[in-house]
Design a protein around this ligand. Structure first.
Ligand SMILES: Nc1ncnc2c1ncn2[C@@H]1O[C@H](COP(=O)(O)OP(=O)(O)OP(=O)(O)O)[C@@H](O)[C@H]1O
Length: 267
């Protein structure tokens, strides 16, 4: 088996003096999707931000064997770590094309790949990004990361607040992306995790409480309940589908398939 692309050992992260990532260690294989899971507020986003140096952190992070934990964020990105932040963070007053141009750092940006993966976004390249739907904005955010050749993508809750049909479209785009680059994915939607993830890492209270194959977790209802606070309703139809992806503001994701709001710790 090839070496993991990312090896994290004893990672700690702090926000405003409070420790939000505690002695976290895990590996991300050099291909496929590794899902970083856990209930709300357990430190998933903070772990991603610690890897990127966006919050105060200590511990060892190696990318392809080389330490990156002392580097500033822009150097980590230059080493080939792409980031798709929670809430997309696109420039609403700029066009789609301008958003993509701003992200280009390679000599030969992969514009053909973007056109192929995101034909709708390509067709809307002159449109102001702030007028796109939530799903379309997510595609722009993903496209922005994929326009450069990366060694690893960190993708934070890409389906948050999207209607089920759009969630499926984002999942398809992520699957295509995963064929070109390994992904560490923070995701709350169990359907998406089931579709995409090969490995899972579960956090609770800023610490790793479970690592294993996706099926080790997803085929075990008791584990899902214990670590994520939900029953997997993979076979259930959503009770009511939100109408479409028109508003950029959040739709609640289908609650039965999403990780609970509960902050209760696993026993
Ligand atoms: N800017 C901030 N200031 C203070 N505390 C923060 C800040 N951002 C996050 N936290 C705290 O850090 C902890 C971890 O938050 P984090 O966003 O990493 O969790 P998460 O697992 O990604 O949650 P969610 O699933 O809700 O996005 C939480 O207790 C949160 O309240």
């Amino acid at each position: 088996m090839s070496e993991p692309i990312l090896v994290i050992e004893g990672l700690n992260g702090r926000i405003a003096g409070q420790q939000v990532v505690e002695d976290v260690s895990f590996e991300v294989p050099a291909s496929g999707v590794t899902a970083l899971l856990g209930r709300n507020g357990v430190g998933k986003t903070s772990t991603i931000k610690s890897i990127l140096g966006l919050i105060d952190r200590s511990g060892s992070v190696r990318l392809g064997g080389a330490r990156i934990d002392r580097l500033p964020t822009h150097r980590i990105v230059q080493h080939g770590v792409g980031y798709v932040p929670e809430d997309r963070e696109i420039f609403g007053s700029l066009s789609v094309a301008e958003n993509l141009r701003l992200a280009e750092r390679d000599q030969r940006p992969r514009r053909e790949l973007i056109e192929r993966l995101f034909p709708d976004i390509h067709a809307r390249r002159a449109q102001r990004a702030g007028t796109l739907s939530g799903g379309q904005q997510q595609m722009v955010s993903l496209a922005r990361a994929l326009v450069n050749e990366n060694r690893l993508l960190l993708v934070d809750e890409p389906t948050k607040g999207l209607a089920p049909k759009i969630v499926d479209e984002v999942a398809v785009a992520l699957a295509e992306a995963a064929a070109t680059v390994p992904i560490l994915l923070v995701e709350q939607n169990l359907h998406v995790i089931r579709k995409l993830a090969d490995r899972v890492v579960v956090l609770s209270g800023g610490r790793v409480v479970f690592t294993g194959s996706a099926s080790d977790l997803l085929d075990d209802d008791a584990r899902i309940q214990r670590y994520l606070g939900v029953h997997d309703a993979a076979d259930d139809a959503p009770a009511a589908a939100p109408n479409d992806d028109a508003p950029a503001a959040a739709h609640p994701a289908a609650p039965m398939a999403s990780i609970a709001e509960s902050t209760e710790e696993p026993r």
